[in-house]
Design a protein around this ligand. Structure first.
Ligand SMILES: *Cc1c(COP(=O)(O)O)cnc(C)c1O
Ligand SMILES: [Zn+2]
Length: 413
């Protein structure tokens, strides 16, 4: 099979300078780590050579079916695990019979390592090996790291993980199993971020970390491509996306943006970024008149660990996603996330981790405020509940466990 990769330039979101791929590594050399880059393709040429109908329907290739809109030179280092092709379930009555918002669920819990991060880490290892890297590293709240550890394992690539001590055990178990080198950091994600950055600069490792590595959006955007294809190129009105660092939100926007340039879709849906009340920098920045540099960083304390960050590292792309799509940010409480997770699991069989369930909590809040507008909405369920089971073992779930001769709490300790 012929795989043809495309030319692209990298353009800085802050200063608009453009670079050839070989001129930069991860971010704009002029704006430093603030300068997130967009990979921009030669859409007019691509349009002539490639159409929706000639898109390869070889599902064994997963997200790599869209390779002509991906920033790689060769297929040589693509990891053998199947990434992408996740289901889009139509659940029009999820909000109740007669509800005006018809719901679709994009189920990323079905990824090989269990979260949407697999899309980015798959691209990261391929890009790292193409660049000749021997070691890849990442700072993560858990999923980016387990994804990197698994993708690296599939290629035999050495990897170093920086992780807050509080990261869920299940994710740690994955990394251990995959044979990663793990540094448990005394502190939150933001501390792990700094340590990883320093180590990569010292040792010359490839840094997969979100907000440093602008390429990560190019992997994650494939989720938007799949959504459009699964909806027969009729875009929904709304897409609900959980937001921690803001990379997924920015990437979903980039996916729709690319397809709009290609003429494969006619508009970009309104993107709704959902944040947890105790980790809501983007929400506060969006509501404020002040520039983002002046928004206060508050120590994050949400139980939804995968969206628990003080300073979103992909804030520029995330803010652009919401403003350019005419969307909004919504903020939801931890109890509403837990109850949304349990409701989604019990009413659909899709089993989300807390971070992922925040998208559904956001939809519930939105639907309450807009009960009368007929719309279609996709909720992006970004990761599996098996990656952080604690919320389902608390009292607020709907299940009923009977334990003979012993309280449930004893059994679980
Ligand atoms: C990482 C992650 C998020 C948030 O993505 P960001 O790019 O950090 O905003 C949401 N849900 C899950 C399951 C994640 O792993
Ligand atoms: Zn710049």
């Amino acid at each position: 099979m012929k795989h043809s990769y495309s030319e692209y330039v990298l353009q800085c979101l802050v200063c608009d300078r453009s670079y050839q791929p070989h001129e930069v590594s991860y971010y704009c050399p002029h704006c430093k780590t603030d300068g997130a880059l967009d990979a921009l393709y030669d859409y007019s040429t691509l349009k002539r050579e490639w159409s929706r109908d000639t898109l390869v329907h070889d599902h064994a290739r997963g997200m790599w079916r869209y390779d002509r809109l991906m920033p790689l030179r060769s297929t040589q280092f693509i990891p053998p695990l199947l990434v992408g092709n996740t289901p889009l379930y139509s659940r029009p009555e999820l909000l109740g019979r007669g509800a005006r918002i018809k719901v679709y669920i994009k189920d990323e819990s079905r990824q090989p390592i269990g979260s949407l991060k697999d899309r980015a880490s798959a691209l990261a290892v391929a890009h790292a090996m193409q660049s000749g890297a021997r070691t890849v590293a990442v700072a993560s709240t858990g999923n980016a790291a387990s994804a990197l550890a698994g993708m690296s394992a599939s290629l035999g690539l050495h990897n170093v993980i920086y992780l807050p001590k509080s990261a869920p055990r299940e994710k740690l178990a994955q990394m251990q199993g995959y044979g990663a080198e793990i540094v448990l950091v005394d502190g939150q994600y933001d501390e792990a971020f700094e340590q990883c950055l320093n180590a990569c600069e010292t040792h010359g490792w490839y840094n997969r970390t979100t907000g440093i590595n602008s390429y990560m959006s190019e992997g994650k955007k494939t989720v938007a491509f799949e959504m459009c294809e699964q909806l027969n190129w009729q875009v929904p009105d709304l897409v609900f996306v959980p937001v921690g660092n803001g990379c997924i939100l920015g990437s979903v926007y980039k996916g729709f943006f690319d397809l709009l340039q290609m003429g494969w879709i006619e508009r970009i849906p309104r993107l709704i970024g959902v944040q947890a009340e105790h980790s809501n920098f983007m929400y506060r920045a969006w509501r404020s008149d002040r520039p983002m540099q002046q928004i206060e960083r508050i120590a994050p304390t949400s139980l939804a660990s995968s969206i628990n960050v003080a300073l979103p590292r992909d804030r520029l792309k995330a803010m652009r996603a919401v403003t350019a799509s005419g969307g909004e940010f919504i903020c939801v409480s931890d109890p509403s996330i837990v109850s949304a997770a349990s409701r989604l699991a019990a009413s659909t069989g899709v089993f989300p981790e807390a971070g992922a369930a925040s998208a559904f909590a956001g939809l519930l809040k939105y639907a309450e405020a807009h009960p009368d507008t007929p719309q279609t909405a996709v909720i992006l369920i970004t990761g599996s509940g098996l990656k952080d089971t604690s919320i389902f073992l608390s009292n607020s779930t709907r299940g009923q466990t009977r334990v003979q001769s012993q309280p449930l709490a004893d059994l679980l300790t």
